[in-house]
Design a protein. Structure first.
Length: 94
């Protein structure tokens, strides 16, 4: 919706799979040197969804709310496109 990536740290210990699909530096190589987690990740070949631990979810939601207060009214949002044209955008990168 915004094109802005929101992520957060966690105090939880993640399994190897959780780490692979929530910390995109490991899987998607999105230059995430701090290894903050994304809200969710998808392992497509196994139809498996990974959701960040609750502490990371709460921090990401706070970050989103701060963004909305500070930037929401004047931010230029991406124009919606037909699903067939942008499926990979949301499906791969959460």
């Amino acid at each position: 919706m915004t094109g802005v990536s929101f992520s957060a740290r966690t105090s939880a210990r993640l399994s190897d799979d959780e780490s692979q699909f929530l910390d995109f530096d490991k899987q998607m190589h999105d230059s995430n040197p701090s290894h903050k987690l994304h809200f969710f990740g998808v392992w497509m070949s196994r139809d498996t969804d990974f959701v960040a631990p609750v502490d990371a979810q709460k921090a990401i939601i706070k970050e989103w709310r701060r963004f909305q207060v500070k930037e929401g009214a004047g931010f230029t949002y991406k124009q919606p496109r037909p699903a067939a044209e942008c499926m990979d955008d949301w499906f791969w990168f959460g």
